[in-house]
Design a protein around this ligand. Structure first.
Ligand code: FEO
Length: 164
């Protein structure tokens, strides 16, 4: 079954969104690198790498389905933040937006009765639960930590343990 033109458009936009997410997280990582929080910087750098993998996954899928792949332009990211909490709050907000985009693409696949795309998108729907949860984890803990430097450094060390 061919991917409908409407779904192809949404998936191409999502390729852009995933690569743009990588850029957004790299922007956060660049800011964090300018602070003592090297663990959070490392965490965001790894998150950026994951987003590139997400984009690649959709790109490969479109290729396998003989659909047209477009590489749409991505915007320059923000790099001026004021604290790790502001960074993680912005990251959580962004992930909630990504979840909405993914669900909207799924809605189109249901409309098209495209079961192949629905199965493919299921991975992204599941992934978004983890994406939101792992970001919310630090929003909640950084909020509790406030300006307590010992706790902030403890959380930073924890973030730095993230592996690929
Ligand atoms: Fe690819 Fe963080 O969503």
């Amino acid at each position: 079954m061919k991917v409908s033109k409407a779904l192809e458009k949404l998936l191409n936009e999502q390729i852009r969104n995933e690569y743009e997410s990588a850029y957004i997280y790299l922007g956060m990582s660049v800011y964090l690198m300018s602070t003592p929080y090297t663990g959070f910087a490392q965490w965001m750098h790894l998150q950026a790498k994951e987003e590139i993998e997400h984009g690649n996954k959709i790109l490969s899928h479109l290729g396998e389905r003989a659909a047209t792949v477009k590489l749409l332009p991505i915007a320059a990211p923000k790099i001026d933040y004021s604290s790790p909490l502001e960074v993680f709050k912005a990251a959580l907000e962004h992930e909630e937006l990504v979840t909405k985009w993914i669900c909207n693409i799924y809605k189109q696949a249901v409309k098209d009765e495209d079961y192949t795309s629905q199965c493919f998108l299921k991975w992204f729907i599941d992934e978004q639960v983890e994406e939101e949860e792992q970001t919310r984890y630090f929003v909640e803990r950084l909020s509790l930590a406030g300006k307590d430097s010992a706790t902030l450094l403890f959380l930073d060390k924890e973030a730095g343990k993230r592996s690929e």
